[in-house]
Ligand binder design. Sequence first.
Ligand SMILES: [Zn+2]
Length: 458
Amino acid sequence: MSEINEFYRQTAARIDKALQYCDDTKAVVLGEGTLERVGTFFQNLFGADAKAVVVADVTTFEIAGRAVLERLEAAGVVVEDPFIFDAPQMHAETRWVNALHARFSPTDAIPVAVGSGTVNDICKRAAYLVGRPYAVVGTAASMDGYASFGASIEHNECKQTFSCPAPRGILLDMNVVCEAPLKMNAAGYADLIAKIPAGADWILADLIGTEPIDEIAWSLVQDSLRDSVADPTGVARGDKKALARLTEGLVMSGLAMQKAKTSRTASGAEHQFSHLWDNQHHTHNGEAPSHGFKVGVGTVSTSALYERILATWSEATFDAAIAAIPQNFRAWETIERELEENFGTSGLRETVENECRKKYVEPDELERRLRLFRDSWSELKPRLEAQLLPAATIQRMIADAAAPSTPEEIGIDRPRLERSYRLAQQLRYRYNVLDWTQDLGQWANAVAPLFQPGGFWN
Ligand SMILES: [Zn+2]
């Protein structure tokens, strides 16, 4: 057996093992030339009599959609007219979900999404709304959402995650993925390497008990993570094996979210930078940077903060923070005032206030946490060090994959990045390194120096 075939065999074995923990997805096909088998793939999943409707955009229809349609027909599947989105720079928005919902309502055909993030998210949600399973044929290794439960969709100018099952089946043909634009696969690389600091954040949340680690989901994401991100230059070159490893890592992350029914498994503070810029409707050169590109800059940002913390904190830092609770404790009124200043009357304000209320704790709970961190410091510190990579290393790997590794490359200047640390902290309940810094009262000693002479971002 050739080396690459042996590699795909091992990949399939790892994915099949993961599938036993998943309720929605029954089959993942990943290899070269797999598009040829889409007919049997479809019939095995949905039965010999099931009809199909291909959903694509103009580009993905040309790349793979037409071939999918033809292979389905050749296998004897009744295929309805495809639904093809024809909107340049289309984003996952409610209006597209509604359009697709209207297309699905009068038929019982099974949707086959052909595309990546946007097409998959819209189709996932619309299929759920008509109570139907669906399948996806992925066209790029651009994000981890193929196998995940939930769809990220903009609603009332606010990006939200809507609940909906993952696809019944996922087919990835590496011959197609390798032809995807370089920047799409680079974005997927950044979305995957993000799981390194995201894992560290989950360790913190697990310790204080807000979101305990799900061991199975953890190992689905983390066990093969270092291998999956090991060849960033290969990703940039379009090397098939590097891209297959990346694709496997992204699929495994999605399956982990599906298993745990939460994105906690695959996202931490670095994703909050991205969500913040999404919700600020940030554009660069007239376009919204991709999810992965924003997450990549967030990943370098939180890695830099972790590095500073691990280099400067000790048990004494926690003792000092405990002693300072009476002076430093931020009452809810203070936080509310800050939210007013930071988010004003923007659409985001209400969401942020709800999230902050959820994570607000009284002084006695704060003290319990700080004592817990102090008492576990001798184990926690090496555990975080083992989980993380140096910020400069992670930055270089992201750059080697041809993804943006500095904020300027996505149109964020340094003062805005510094402010984004604060806003990202307030964005979401999910406990992470930003909350940790806040709880210790160490913002001025940990975040600010990153932007001062000698600091990572200076
Ligand atoms: Zn992501």
